[in-house]
Structure formats: structure tokens, C-alpha cells
Design a binder for this molecule. Sequence first.
Ligand code: LEU
Length: 435
Amino acid sequence: LLLAACGPKPIEGPEQTGILVVVTRSSPSTYYISPSGQPTGFEYDLVSRFAEANGWRLRVEAVASLDELFERIDNGTAHVAAAGLTATPARDLKYTLGPKYAEVTEQIICRSEKDLPKRPKDLAGKRIEVVANSSHVDALWWLRLRHPSLKWSEVSANGEDELLERVQSGLSDCTVADSTAFTIARHFYPDLGVAMELGKPRPLVWLMPKNTPLALSKKLEEFFAALKKSGELKQLQERYFGHIQRLEEADVRGILERRTSLLVRYRPLFQQAQMETGLDWRFLAALAYQESHWDPNATSPTGVRGMMMLTGETADRLGVKNRLDPLESILGGARYVLTLKEGLPVRIPEPDRTWMALAAYNMGMAHLEDARRLTASLGKNPDAWKDVKDVLPLLAQSAYQDKLKFGFARGGEARYLAENVRIYYDILLKYEPAY
Ligand code: LEU
């Protein structure tokens, strides 16, 4: 009875029960459910590998706030918190910290229509909201030592997304986000920008109760050491963060390197797709490079997967059963491009219709139609790629929302996708023979 009054009973270790209990936060940079219903995300992939390496079953629980996350570790009802947590001196005192597995900078994010604040003193008088109990609060205290006028309010949340949303809609002026989180979120909140960085990059670590047995923290160290050594950690970082980061600049060096190491392996599959659809295999390979860097297991926080990064819904429509099967994915992607091209008015000439089909591949035909209608209403040519591509980024701007039938779309991203594929296609035309 006395014990019950003291709150929940601590659980036994995974060595005793065979189950690893992990608390995390649901967010695009940590853990989320993919459209096909599978749990996924950077942290999820890491913890499931850790459990598997030790022959344990895994129980992952997503909490609603950081307060709740720490409470679960404090009261011993979870073994590990794996949630994009930054190593801070205070946490080091209170908890057992695992090895560093990534690095983030903490960034002050504000709306960029107006002038972004450049120096800490520009932040005076701004309404700044941060996640309560986060490393960001700790970083702000450090800044405040030198800038005593700095003020902020702490909001109980499980991550930055809600607070970014509030900045975007004008309910606050700035917030703080980890570079990993903002790399993904900036595609959803096109009006936000990085005002400044808060100090140096800091490590991300898993966090465990102070009384965690030495054997468990040893296992954690060995696990991460092996993951680093095999290159798998780099690969996971690339899968979840790298591709998106580089979305805007064509990765010319990368495609040349991987042409000899990876493309050779998949060339026959692209050629088979050419036979079926009539689309140049080098064009399909260029699209696949942009989408996944020729990684058949690629996954994005928005739920698209596989070599050609199909959504679950598109895959179903195209009869693709397993999106991670390279041949199925390539054939499905090729058929999809073909369908999109055929859906465009016949008067649109080549190559413009190909680039427009690519934009639709990324954001859907409905949004491309919106973009073409908007192009026309701005007095430009809706059948010319050079005009449509300049209008695409406007689909994400609030000022244009009431002119759009299908609403907000990340048109800037669709534009980059199409433009990058053009660059990659040019490169492959130069180096790879026609089939
Ligand atoms: N890295 C941050 C922290 O450790 C994440 C938080 C904002 C959800 O507190």
C-alpha cells in the first residue's frame, strides 16, 4: 500500500525480462508511423537494432511531453529514453548517458518575411517560446548570462513542431529547434528561417536511469561502436537527414561516385523499365538517384519509401506490393511518370511535359494543376516549364492560398526535384550508353 502510494513500480531490466522498454517522442526526426502502418524513424531504427542485437523484444512508447519522458526514466518504468536528446551538463549529473550517435546545433527560428534577427540583442522584446525541460532552455540560460534582457516562455510539448507552427501562424515570434528537426520541418513551414545558432554543436545521446547496471551501459557502448564501425550509423543518418538536407543542391560528385558502385547493380532493372514504358532508362535512373540515391531501402519522414520513393497510396494504385523491392519500385515509378505525362494536355511540348510530370510526381497532379492555373492568372504561360517552375514556390505562401483549389503544397521542393533530375539526367546521358 505504501509502495502504491509512491507511484508506479519500477520494472526489471531487459536482461531479466527479455523486453527492452523505450520511451520516445513521436516526430519526423525520431519516431513515426509510416503510411503503410509500420513504425519507423531514426530513433526507432536504432532501438530496434539494439534490441535485436541482444535478442530482446522491444516495447516503444511515445510520450506527450518531455516532462513525461523524464518522469518515466525517473520512476524506473522505462529502460532507455531515445528521443533526439541533447547531452547537457545537468542531464549528465542526473542520468546515465549513452554514447554520442549524432550531433545537432540548436537554432533560433523566426518568421523570415520580416527581417530575421541577426544578433542576440535583436531578440529583445520578441515573443520566444521553447519546449519546457529541453536542452534549448539550458542553451537560452547561457545566452541570457550575456544578454540579461532575453525573455522566453516554456511550453510543455513533445518537440518543436507545435512551436514552429505557432511561429508560422504569428502566435509567437521565435522558437528554438534542433538542426535535425528543422531540416525536415522547414519544408512544412516555408515562412520560417534560421535566425542564429545557439552555441556549438552538441551530441545526441540516449538517457537511462542513474542506477542502470553497468552491464547494460556496456552493451550500449558496444552496440554503437559496432554501428559506427560498420558504417550503418552513417547510412541511417543519411537515410533520415542527408537526402533532405541536400535537396536543394544537386549532388554531382555523389552521382558520379555511385554510378560505378551502385548503378551497375541496378542498370538491368532500369532497362527493363525502359522496355515496358518507353522512358529512357537513364532518365529513370536520374529520377531514382534524386529520390533515394539508389538506396532500395530509403525512407523519408513524410512516409515515402524505396528506390523511387512512392507513397503507400501510389504504390497500391500501381500494383506495387513491396515498395522496398528495387524492381517493383522502379517499374512502379516508371509507370507513374508515364501516367502523369499522359494526364497533361497534349499541347504541352517536350521536354516541358516531362519536367512538369516530375513536379507532379513529387506533389501530385492536383497541385501541379493549381500551379498551372496560377501561372496563367499571373499572365504567364502555363504550358511552359520555365514559367511554371517560378510559380511553384508560391503554392507554399500564405498570400496565394485563396487562389488555390487544392491548397498548400511544397511547390519549391517539387521544383528542385525536377531541376535536379534534369541535371542528373544530363550527367548520365554523358556517361551511360543508350539501351
Ligand atoms: N534536443 C532537445 C532536447 O534534448 C529535444 C527537445 C526539444 C524535444 O531537449
